[in-house]
Write a protein that binds this ligand. Structure first.
Ligand code: NAD
Length: 350
């Protein structure tokens, strides 16, 4: 590998400007060079040219894969295209970063991991929100033992409203209700608890929004090896949302609305600390209680890309491997299966 990683972004969408975000992180990281952007929509490659004067653009991925001087592609397209594009890129000898959700199911994830192994190339999943300042602070507090042994984690997002959101709300293209925000939440939980998942129970409700074919409300309950339980809920029919995070430990709890933590996300490379989490500490068998606001850490999203450069150029760990990404997909798949079978389903990946 030379000193510079020559990268192309595939997918420069207008919905969240996330192809722009990938281009910005790549452009910001000294050891990466943004060679160009590929989108099958000419309007989007025209937009990319305006945003990044001097880059190349393509409207067919085959043109990118045929280029010997591109080392890495970053796949920022709709979920149903992730596996085929990533596998083709790996077979063409490119390293691949693939956006969350990694793909639609475990079979696709396994094929992607296999293609990377066969090609001897890196497959990294863009679970960049491990770098959110509130999550970084929460993980630090938990790892430092501030709330004792964690036995329950509740994560909830969404609200009440029409879920319509382009391809995200077509099940065959997006994967379903859990695949939009759920990949962040499940990845956070797997990281925070840091243990094998012994089983997942899923609950899916379809009650109100008939014009889309995804669930209105979905919940995945994960049981971990130590007995710790974590619940991830995403809803479009929840009229009374709870805080984003509630973590219960034997010596206290953490609460976080998440509201202020990521202001500016999707428009910036990183941000200084924003907002705080509430830390509750209990001692003297419950007679003494302390409550404090702990400021969040900075949102250092650019460090995902620095870690990737360290991996590719100096042999450091992959920021989020294909195996890691597959665990999240396996939780979704188990949740959906469990909702049909009515029993807890296993997640056979550590
Ligand atoms: N990590 C995050 O926080 C975060 C935030 C937003 C979006 N995302 C992810 O980014 C991805 C893209 O989401 P989006 O909201 O930008 O979608 P989008 O629909 O706005 O953009 C997708 C783009 O891909 C292009 N495209 C589709 N198929 C293609 C193909 N075969 N070849 C080339 N171009 C193709 C489309 O023309 C479109 O411009 C999704 O996986 C989404 O979940 C992640």
């Amino acid at each position: 590998m030379p000193d510079t990683i020559r990268a192309a972004v595939i997918g420069y969408g207008a919905m969240h400007h996330f192809g722009w975000a990938h281009s910005a992180w790549i452009d910001h990281t000294p050891e990466f060079e943004l060679v160009g952007v590929c989108d099958r929509d000419v309007e989007r490659t025209e937009a990319a040219k305006q945003d990044w004067p001097g880059i190349e653009t393509w409207n067919d991925t085959a043109e990118v894969f045929a280029r010997d001087d591109i080392d890495l592609v970053s796949v920022v397209t709709p979920h149903f295209t992730h596996a085929p594009i990533a596998i083709e890129a790996l077979r063409a000898g490119k390293h691949v970063v693939v956006e969350k959700a990694m793909c639609l199911n475990v079979a696709e994830a396994t094929a992607m991991v296999g293609a990377a192994e066969e090609a001897g190339k890196t497959l990294a999943v863009h679970h960049n929100r491990r770098h959110d300042g509130n999550f970084r602070r929460i993980k630090q507090l938990v790892d430092d033992g501030e709330i004792g042994e964690v036995f329950q984690v509740d994560l909830e997002a969404g609200g009440y409203g029409d879920p319509s959101h382009g391809w995200y709300t077509e099940k065959a293209k997006g994967g379903g209700l859990l695949y939009f925000w759920g990949p962040h939440a499940v990845d956070w939980v797997l990281n925070l608890v840091g243990e094998p998942v012994t089983g997942v129970t899923g609950f899916f409700f379809k009650k109100v929004w008939d014009h889309v074919d995804i669930a209105d409300h979905a919940k995945a309950v994960m049981r971990f090896e130590s007995g710790c339980v974590a619940e991830v809920t995403y809803s479009r029919i929840n009229a009374a949302p709870r805080p984003l995070w509630r973590i219960l430990g034997t010596k206290g709890a953490i609460l976080d609305s998440g509201a202020a933590a990521t202001k500016g996300y999707e428009q910036v490379i990183s941000t200084p600390p924003q907002g705080s989490v509430k830390l509750l500490r209990v001692s003297d068998r419950g007679h003494k209680r302390e409550e404090m606001e702990v400021p969040n850490l900075d949102n250092d999203w650019h460090n995902y890309w620095q870690d990737l450069a360290d991996h590719l150029l100096r042999g450091g760990p992959v920021p989020v491997s294909g195996h890691d990404g597959r665990r999240t997909i396996a939780v979704f798949e188990a949740a959906e299966k469990s909702a049909q079978t009515g029993v807890t389903e296993p997640v056979p990946y550590e």
